[in-house]
Design a protein around this ligand. Structure first.
Ligand code: ZN
Length: 193
């Protein structure tokens, strides 16, 4: 279970929710509260660099400029669109397919064996390529775990439900599950009083 996983960025002041069980879904979650009051997590290239390291998409700090941030956000929106298409059982959006497939066809992470073991080497586009490839692998796999949206109304985070019996309801207990339960408890108390 990685229900409540979160990672603090290298500078210590950015915390990312990495709870979706898939790189591309975690990237999609960096635009929060999509239906009500969208909140951008990746506000600048430095934050994207921190996210790439925290999520494991990049093996270490990579150069990220404004153009790379723009490519990352386009990939994110395309990934979200395709995941939603799958969730709602409709055909994949052709433009979103083009964006994801183009990113996936880009440079790959090189791997090398060193005295310290396996190391990965690559820049921002190799990292984004891995994000795109993780989405393609997921959406192309008929045996993939169920794709779900968090059960908290305002939360639009998507995740893979790998729990036994596929009973997971929330993107995370801290952020959503416990808050919904507490609100329900307060509502019951009000009802009783
Ligand atoms: Zn949630």
């Amino acid at each position: 279970m990685v229900d409540d996983a979160s990672v603090t960025g290298q500078d210590g002041d950015v915390e990312f929710a990495l709870v979706s069980g898939n790189l591309a879904l975690d990237l999609a979650g960096t635009l929060r509260w999509r239906r009500t009051a969208p909140e951008e997590v990746l506000v600048d290239p430095d934050t994207l660099r921190s996210w790439l390291v925290a999520s494991g998409a990049a093996p270490g700090p990579v150069d990220v400029d404004a153009a790379a941030l723009t490519r990352a956000l386009a990939l994110r929106e395309a990934a979200y669109r395709l995941a939603r298409d799958r969730l709602e059982g409709r055909a994949f959006d052709p433009d979103a397919l083009d964006v994801v497939n183009a990113a996936a066809a880009g440079p790959a992470m090189a791997i090398a064996l060193t005295p310290d073991g396996l190391v990965r080497r690559g820049g921002v586009d190799a990292a984004l390529g891995d994000v795109a490839r993780s989405l393609i692998t997921l959406l192309g796999d008929p045996a993939a775990p169920p794709l779900k949206e968090c059960g908290r109304d305002a939360c639009t985070r998507l995740y893979l439900d790998r729990s036994r019996g596929a009973r997971r309801t929330w993107c995370g207990m801290d952020e959503c599950g416990n808050r919904v339960k507490a609100a329900a408890y307060r509502a019951r108390r009000r009802g009783a009083g």
